[in-house]
Design a protein around this ligand. Structure first.
Ligand SMILES: Cc1cc2nc3c(=O)[nH]c(=O)nc-3n(C[C@H](O)[C@H](O)[C@H](O)COP(=O)(O)OP(=O)(O)OC[C@H]3O[C@@H](n4cnc5c(N)ncnc54)[C@H](O)[C@@H]3O)c2cc1C
Length: 248
């Protein structure tokens, strides 16, 4: 059963030309419980009706009285127009939480292949009670250009939690840049040129890494990209049951 949440927008921060971070405070009921990876359904006014749009929760589930969403504003989008015009202290209604895109409890190495705002549920997983000491994890985040990156410092600091015996790896894959010259030298190790699948192939070309049954893949982003990444993994003989995905 989905709950209905009355909220107010307490903070709206523009992260890039078309991506915003929204923070909503819960009014009634005053708290939200969710599993990292889940989404909420926003009720968007259209004429005299309300239509639904899903948004993955990007904040930690240890924070109960508010939540954050990372949303790309698409031209002429119904919810996009509503959100871009929503002002601090305005009310908004959500239902949820919903969705099965959740970390599985096992000690398999987790590989996240996400594009654009598909980073949102992964941020929630990382910021919640992520079991950093239990498994290795690798995050490949696909964006077009360097200017499209946001919350980089936050991500980087999560990756410094690596321990000696656990491997954490962050690769931001820039598909439309020609070189990485604009990136400050200390940060360059986090970046690669090319689409996610190309960067992933480069990283995993070592035969010893191909113990696929020890890996679990989490895909998130626009529908076409998730479908194509899923086909790419299947073509590499990754068992379907090791692929978990959320299509936007
Ligand atoms: C489970 C789930 C979780 C989601 N989580 C997020 C999230 O965390 N962050 C987020 O930004 N979105 C997320 N989405 C997508 C979101 O629900 C909306 O589809 C998106 O915000 C567009 O809605 P809209 O009403 O503004 O556009 P619509 O009015 O639905 O569409 C307007 C036009 O824009 C096109 N369009 C739709 N999306 C895009 C796009 N991304 N780029 C270019 N054109 C597009 C449509 O095809 C249409 O032509 C999620 C979707 C699902 C199913």
């Amino acid at each position: 059963m989905l709950n209905t949440y009355k909220t107010i927008l307490v903070n709206k921060k523009q992260l890039t030309s078309d991506v915003y971070l929204f923070t909503f405070k819960l009014i009634d009921p005053p708290g939200l419980n969710f599993i990292p990876g889940q989404y909420l359904i926003m009720k968007v006014p259209k004429n005299k009706e309300l239509v639904s749009r899903a948004y993955s929760i990007a904040s930690s589930n240890t924070i109960r009285d508010s939540f954050q969403l990372i949303i790309e504003i698409v031209p002429q989008g119904l919810a996009s127009n509503y959100l871009v015009n929503l002002k601090e202290n305005d009310q908004a209604v959500f239902q949820g939480p919903a969705g099965q895109f959740q970390l599985r409890k096992n000690n398999k190495e987790k590989i996240f292949l996400v594009t654009g705002t598909g980073i949102a549920p992964i941020l929630s997983m990382i910021k919640s009670n992520f079991q950093f000491s239990i498994f290795n994890f690798q995050l490949f985040w696909g964006l077009k250009n360097y200017k499209d990156i946001y919350l980089f410092d936050e991500l980087k600091s999560s990756f410094t939690k690596a321990t000696e015996d656990k491997q954490f790896n962050l690769k931001i894959c820039l598909s439309r840049e020609q070189n990485l010259d604009m990136i400050p030298e200390p940060d360059r190790k986090y970046f690669e040129l090319g689409h996610i699948d190309v960067v992933f192939n480069k990283q995993f070309n070592n035969e010893a890494m191909k113990q696929w049954s020890n890996f679990e893949f989490y895909l998130c982003g626009r529908r076409e990209i998730v479908d194509s990444l899923k086909n790419f993994l299947i073509s590499k003989n990754i068992p379907q049951e090791n692929i978990v995905f959320e299509k936007f």
